[in-house]
Design a binder for this molecule. Structure first.
Ligand SMILES: [Zn+2]
Length: 272
């Protein structure tokens, strides 16, 4: 049995402290992904899909930094993501006037939506990618992934998360909210990276929200213009889940499936 705290150097503040059992993706998210009769969630990585009740965590942060992550990003994000009965972020967007509308998406500016704490969503997104880059993570008994390679952005991210610096240069966050009543895809997709010409992208999902983080000197202008951390403070309502579901179904067919076939875990879940 793992003890709850051990002593060590906190990866965020670099102080020697008691370290908490820190989660890669927040613990509360797992229950949004469980089906009523099960206590396992669907995980998706580049190479595998699997069902597990094991939460991905390790001793990484001190209590103060855990609290910092909670107050600056997680608390608001988790209250507003898809939770079964409630999907408060989608409600907020549907009650507001979009800046522009197309067949597949609606674009909103948080500048016009007083209740939308887009800074919390941005902070949350950066904190998740930073966690992936700050250490290797054990996803299953025999498999350790990472750390995610973000090169020179590691330290600016850390300073931003600590409140020592403003939002990092050459960085963008785009946020897509699922425009579905139900059912919704309930899977935890940990950050996965890809390389483009002059920049990198990292994608991850929590129930109802998809985050994409861009780093590099050649991030496309349209990404910089419509990102959540820019002056326009933009957020999208899209049917991204259709594409994500297709991607996950493809992975279920082609990637190594660990243990029990996870097909049924794509849909359904508890309401909290
Ligand atoms: Zn700390």
């Amino acid at each position: 049995m793992r003890t709850q705290e051990i002593e060590g150097v906190c990866r965020l503040c670099h102080r020697h402290r008691q370290l908490k059992d820190s989660h890669f993706l927040p613990r509360a998210l797992y229950k949004f992904c469980f089906r009523p009769e099960e206590t396992s969630a669907l995980y998706v990585s580049d190479s595998a899909t699997w069902l597990s009740s094991t939460q991905v965590s390790q001793h990484l942060l001190c209590g103060e930094c855990e609290q910092r992550f909670n107050q600056n990003g997680e608390e608001w994000t988790l209250w507003h993501c898809y939770r079964g009965k409630h999907f408060r972020l989608r409600q907020l967007l549907n009650a507001a006037q979009p800046d522009s509308v197309s067949d597949t998406m609606r674009l909103y500016s948080a500048n016009d939506i007083p209740g939308l704490n887009i800074e919390a969503l941005v902070y949350f997104a950066i904190s998740i990618l930073w966690r992936g880059a700050a250490a290797s993570w054990r996803f299953r008994r025999d498999e350790i992934d990472g750390p995610i390679e973000i090169g020179p952005y590691q330290e600016p991210f850390r300073r931003y998360l600590l409140g020592m610096d403003s939002f990092p240069l050459n960085t963008a966050v785009t946020i897509s909210v699922a425009n579905f009543e139900s059912p919704l895809l309930r899977a935890l997709k940990f950050p996965q990276g890809s390389i483009a010409d002059g920049y990198r992208t990292f994608l991850f999902n929590i129930p109802g929200i998809s985050f994409m983080i861009f780093v590099g000197k050649k991030i496309p202008d349209e990404v910089m213009e419509f990102q959540a951390a820019g002056p326009g403070r933009f957020i999208l309502l899209t049917d991204y889940e259709k594409y994500l579901a297709a991607d996950i179904m493809f992975k279920l067919k082609t990637a190594k499936s660990i243990g029990k076939a996870p097909k049924l875990a794509l849909w359904g879940g508890t309401s909290v």
